[in-house]
Design a protein around this ligand. Structure first.
Ligand code: ADP
Ligand code: MG
Length: 261
């Protein structure tokens, strides 16, 4: 295995220019993510979390600074990076299997092998019986699992997850956290999660990055102790030290928000 980081952002700045003003969304932000790491980004609304993911995904080029994925400068979207959003964006007129295979279709990889792999992923997510159903026949949690299958089907090395659990009820969200954490480990994926749920960030991650806003900047980084990060997210919340760490992250975020509001 090489020691080139999977994702590297170096002194990245992002300025949004509209006809009325220029917004400094991200100011000299750096981040290095290693293979197999699970990193969460937390911070007040508007601090630039989605902007950071969009730059890693190649949907947005930085105004200055460098973004590298697998050692290469990002110049546009690549199949190496999968992006999963809060909204599942399933097409209502397509079956679940057809929805799950859309990325394969768009990238010209739709064949018997990739179809079999997608069915296998659906099975892993407990969705094998839904392959020929339509999105409206599924619950919100099931639809998010389909979105996860769709993201994994093209075999990206890196998954970007932008608040994928925030529209779900609490119980479904806890179940999906465990499933996502397990799946990322099982498939040896690197993951970057954006969440506004601090307890989720601490429970699911190896590392939590706290951002401050206006402009978006790195505020503080928390390395999650082994006992917590090695437990499934549901049980991580019961580990010794979890509450203390949660409060530390909370305080950091609270002072950030007080400074900016
Ligand atoms: P977050 O995901 O943390 O809520 P965003 O990355 O969406 O934050 O936004 C960061 C900042 O950039 C905000 O101030 C937002 O208003 C601004 N912004 C985001 N996208 C655009 C855009 N397309 N045009 C202009 N400003 C934008
Ligand atoms: Mg966002």
């Amino acid at each position: 295995m090489s020691d080139v980081p999977v994702v590297g952002l170096e002194d990245v700045t992002q300025v949004y220019v509209t006809d009325r003003e220029a917004t400094l969304a991200i100011d000299r932000f750096s981040l290095t993510v290693q293979t197999g790491e699970f990193v969460s980004l937390v911070g007040p609304s508007g601090c630039g979390k989605t902007t950071i993911l969009s730059m890693i995904a190649g949907l947005l080029l930085p105004s200055s600074g460098q973004v590298h994925v697998l050692g290469r400068a990002v110049q546009g979207p690549t199949p190496v990076v999968g992006y999963m959003l809060q909204q599942d964006y399933l097409f209502p007129w397509r079956t679940i299997l057809e929805n799950a295979m859309i990325g394969l279709e768009l990238t010209g990889q739709k064949d018997e092998t990739s179809r079999a792999y997608t069915l296998h992923l659906l099975e892993e997510m407990g969705l094998q019986h839904t392959a020929n159903m339509y999105p409206h026949q599924l619950s919100g949690g099931m639809r998010q699992r389909v979105a996860l299958v769709r993201t994994l089907a093209t075999k990206p090395d890196i998954l970007l997850l932008d608040e994928p659990f925030s529209a779900l009820d609490y119980q479904t969200k806890l179940q999906l956290e465990d499933l996502v954490a397990f799946t990322m480990k099982q498939h040896k994926k690197t993951a970057i999660l954006v969440t506004h749920d601090l307890s989720e960030a601490v429970a699911i991650s190896d590392r939590v990055i706290v951002l401050e806003s206006h402009p978006g900047r790195l505020r503080k980084e928390f390395q999650i102790p082994d006992a917590i990060r090695n437990a499934e997210p549901f049980y991580a919340r019961e580990q010794e030290g979890f509450n203390a760490l949660f409060h530390e992250v909370w305080k950091e975020l609270e002072t950030t928000e007080r400074r900016t509001t």
